[in-house]
Design a protein around this ligand. Structure first.
Ligand SMILES: [Fe+2]
Ligand SMILES: [Fe+2]
Length: 497
């Protein structure tokens, strides 16, 4: 685990000097003095029942009456995370929580660099900012919709609880964005807040905005890969928005990042525990070859090459979420001071304006992979994608250590950036995992070895049997090393109604 992926610890960025108490009196817990802004309060109280209807329709199927051992934020400093208790999900205290204001904060990049951060939306950037919010906001309910059937096949109550924790927090992320829309964008913002409850993941006539959020999350391996790889896109986008010159957005995103860290923890440890179960079963049965698929699958565990194919799929669709590597929209969002680079304020070695800087972008030219220097402003997306790929490696290295320790000869790798892409520089190109430029015929012949095939999905499906007894785990996944909030092994994380 990296320091930002731990369960209860908040990243440095949210640690203010002062503890900010959350007002929990009204129906909407908040630390934004909601009761002193009647118009905003009314707008959010009008939206709330519609949100609850959406949660009822699209939230976790079949477990709305279950008592779930959830963590609820009662403060926005690290100790504010201490509150654990049984809650029925529809009673979860969704609210509006911002990281503490940093006095004297200035815009860290772009043409307004050094000016005081904006407390109101600058008129000339209104449309761009609204679009950024809507695109981010749309991903939050989308993932809840994608994951809504997973409770039924949970491999343990511990995992089921983690799924529901992620789901309620994605719901809170929607609240976070809706707060900004409703408070700062008037009637337009209220309409967008409504539309966020109307689009549906995977629906033909009114789908979610981004591709990966319309894919199915049909099984628990998909869920763990999604929370490791796709929630990490969330982390990168939120981190870039946390640099924003629009201070309320920055503060909102800084707090959301603390929740995102837990989602990636669920993904990383979920995959790791799957690997542990596989290696232990292989060793017990005396199977040395990780590609002895039939023998390994007969033990009720997932072969490592299949996990690699699953990872390949999730990595490639998530990389598409970064948009075109070369983008004039991204250049404008940066220059305007709305969306920065990863760790913008801490970056050394350039002027944060980037008027004359360049950045190396991988492209396919005349059938060959080349690296071209492109104006840095136009390659902001490319850079964020590169930072994302680096950020993914930590967990992969830790998975590989587990395999090595078990004495199994297998290593997870990240496929080339251009592998299986639909958006950006590599759209319409066929690139193999090692970065080889392929013909369509070569791709068709080989891609079944690189991406989950029908037989893989049928096998995974056969493993997805519920294990809903306290302290018990499905064959394909090892128990966690520590319980949530240090609970013991047989703790009943979900009391199913
Ligand atoms: Fe989120
Ligand atoms: Fe998330």
């Amino acid at each position: 685990m990296s320091s930002t992926d731990t369960l209860t610890e908040a990243p440095e960025s949210v640690r203010g000097d002062h503890f900010i108490e959350i007002d929990t009196d009204g129906p909407i817990p908040n630390n934004v003095a909601l009761s002193s802004d009647k118009q905003l309060q009314r707008a959010l109280e009008t939206w709330r029942p519609k949100y609850l209807d959406w949660w009822g329709d699209m939230g976790p199927e079949g477990f709305q009456n279950a008592e779930v051992y959830l963590r609820t934020a009662v403060g926005v400093d690290p100790t504010g995370w201490a509150k654990f208790g049984y809650v029925k999900m529809p009673d979860y205290r969704w609210g509006v929580l911002l990281a503490p204001k940093v006095e004297g904060r200035v815009i860290p990049f772009g043409r307004h660099k050094g000016e005081p951060a904006w407390q109101e939306v600058p008129g000339e950037y209104r449309a761009t900012l609204r679009r950024l919010l809507v695109v981010q906001g749309d991903t939050e309910p989308a993932s809840v919709e994608q994951q809504r059937y997973l409770g039924a096949t949970a491999p343990s109550l511990y995992d089921m609880r983690n799924l529901f924790q992620v789901n309620v927090e994605e719901g809170r992320h929607l609240w976070a964005i809706v707060y900004l829309l409703v408070k700062y964008f008037g009637k337009d913002g209220r309409e967008e807040a409504q539309a966020l409850l109307e689009r549906r993941s995977g629906q033909q006539d009114n789908p979610r905005i981004l591709g990966a959020f319309n894919e199915r999350t049909p099984d628990w391996l998909s869920f763990f890969m999604f929370t490791y790889f796709t929630d990490r896109d969330g982390k990168m986008q939120l981190a870039a928005l946390a640099e924003s010159g629009f201070d309320p957005l920055s503060r909102t995103c800084r707090f959301m990042l603390t929740e995102e860290a837990h989602h990636m923890f669920v993904g990383e440890t979920g995959v790791q525990r799957t690997i542990e179960a596989t290696c232990a079963a292989m060793n017990k049965a005396g199977i040395k070859d990780p590609s002895d698929v039939e023998a390994i699958r007969s033990l009720g565990v997932v072969d490592l090459p299949l996990l690699q194919r699953k990872a390949n799929f999730h990595m490639s669709v998530t990389r598409d979420l970064f948009g075109s590597e070369i983008s004039s929209n991204a250049a404008e969002s940066f220059s305007a001071g709305l969306k920065g680079r990863f760790n913008e304020a801490k970056l050394e070695g350039d002027d944060h304006v980037l008027a004359d800087a360049t950045y190396p972008v991988a492209r396919v030219v005349d059938g060959k992979l080349v690296e071209e220097r492109v104006p840095a402003l136009r390659s902001i997306n490319s850079r964020l994608l590169d930072d994302y790929i680096k950020d993914c490696q930590g967990g992969i290295d830790r998975w590989n250590k587990v395999i090595e320790k078990a004495g199994v000869a297998f290593k997870f790798t990240q496929p080339h950036k251009g592998f299986n892409r639909r958006i950006g520089e590599f759209a319409g190109k066929r690139i193999g995992p090692a970065g080889e430029v392929l013909t369509e015929a070569q791709w068709q012949a080989e891609s079944g070895a690189w991406l989950p095939n029908d037989a893989d999905m049928t096998f995974i499906d056969s493993l997805m049997k519920p294990c809903h007894e306290a302290g018990k785990y499905a064959s394909w996944i090892a128990p966690p090393r520590v319980g949530i909030n240090s609970q013991t092994g047989d703790f009943e994380y979900v009391k199913i109604a």
